[in-house]
Each structure stands twice: as C-alpha cells, then as structure tokens.
Design a protein around this ligand. Sequence first.
Ligand code: ADP
Length: 254
Amino acid sequence: MSLLSVRNLSHTYPNGYQALHDISFDVQAGEFLVIIGLSGSGKSTLLRCLNRLIEPTQGTILMNGTDVTHVSDAALRSHRAGIGMIFQHFNLIPRHSVVNNVLYGSLGSTPTMASILGRFTAEQRQKALQALDVVGIREKADVRADALSGGQQQRVAIARALMQNPSLLLADEPVASLDPATSHSVMDYLERVNKDLGTTVICNLHFLSLVRRYATRVIALKGGRMVFNGQPDEITDTWFKTIYGEEAMEVEIR
Ligand code: ADP
C-alpha cells in the first residue's frame, strides 16, 4: 500500500480560480519527492491539500489507505498529527528559546499557557534535544530563536516537526529565503531525516540543481496540471522547456 495516494485531485478557490486540475500520483514510504513548477503553478495548493489545510473540491487523498479528503474534527487532527510541516519563513516564535520552539512541535498548533511558561516534562525536553541533535544544532538550545541565522532557524523548524514523529514531512519552499550555501545545509539535514529516520519527504523547490541532488522522484506542475512524474535525471532540456516555458533559462545553485 502507498503511504499517500492522490486520485483526480482538483481544487477551485472560493473566488472561482481552479488551482489544481485532475492530479493523480502515489508516494511510497521513504521517497524524497520534489514538486517543481513556476510560481503560481499550484505547488503550495497541492501541499496544503495533502495536510488538509485546504479541503479539495474534487478527487480523493488516501493516507496509508485511509480516505482523508473530507475528514474533520478528531480524524483531521489525527491526520495532521502524522504530518510535519516546514515553511519558507520558518514560523518560529522569535523571542523564545530554540529548545522551546522545538518543544512546541509536541503540542497542537498553538502553545498553551503551561507550555509558554516552560512546563514541559524532562522526557519532552530530552526528545527536543535529540531532535536538535539530528539537525546538528543542540548547542544552540538555550539561545533565542531570532539570534540564529536563517539556515539555523530552518533547522530548528525541522527539529520542531520531528517532535510529532511524522511519517511524512511536507516542506513548502524550505530554502527559498536562504542563500545558496545555507540552502545545501538545510537540504542535507532534510536528506538525513529522510534517510536515517525513514521519514518520507515532499518538498517544493525552485532550483533544478537542488532537485537533481536531493530528489528520488520529481513531479512538475504547470498551470495546476501535472506535466511530469519521473526521475530527476529524466528532466532533459525539452522537459525543462515544457515545464518552465520556451523562454526559461536554468539558473544553477551550487
Ligand atoms: P505555487 O505554490 O506554485 O506558487 P500556489 O499554489 O500558491 O502556487 O497558487 C496557485 C494558483 O492559485 C495561483 O494562481 C494563485 O494566485 C492562486 N491562489 C492561491 N491561493 C489562492 C486563494 N486563496 N484564492 C484564490 N486564488 C489563490
């Protein structure tokens, strides 16, 4: 059984704009799937459908065989609990310590008063420090999050996501606001999580050089339609122009 099975997924926003058209694909446990496509092609909408921040208007999403397309309440919370999320702008609480930011990952979406006052169990703190170890940043545990560089903050966000023991990690443009050297470091840690912990990763990326380096499979969207589903080394110049348009030129990040 696939970890994730997406069938004929479409999404139309309330203003009538159809952002996704009839998308179908499967994701096996352990894959590092990268979604590419121009800005506005629907990558973010697709990720948000997968963790059900958006309720799709058509089609089905199965997670481990369970239909999660329209679940609500406890079933929706349970679905989301298995999925870690990483954002372009990290979404840390800037004035709080690194370790507390990681600990918030073990809660629901918003920190409770008790947790803001630092009332976590020793076991939870130990787990948070272990998560910081995974992203190589344990020594920053007691530093304020806003004292870290962008790349370090994104690594904290990865550690925070790990507190959920996710079977799936969704990363929405995780390196889009980082410089090239830092981008590789963050991608290396995502790869480590994928390989060492076996967490399946689905990630939106802009630079094809990163896609070729990290993806085990690639899906390309164009105007909300899936136009490619294959291996990174199958993206030839012809495919590149199909995905990004005749005028597009590849820019490398090394
Ligand atoms: P990408 O992540 O590839 O840049 P998005 O999924 O963010 O693309 O957006 C896909 C399309 O849907 C874009 O044309 C965007 O303008 C549109 N869109 C995104 N969010 C909304 C919304 N809340 N209401 C209407 N249209 C939206």
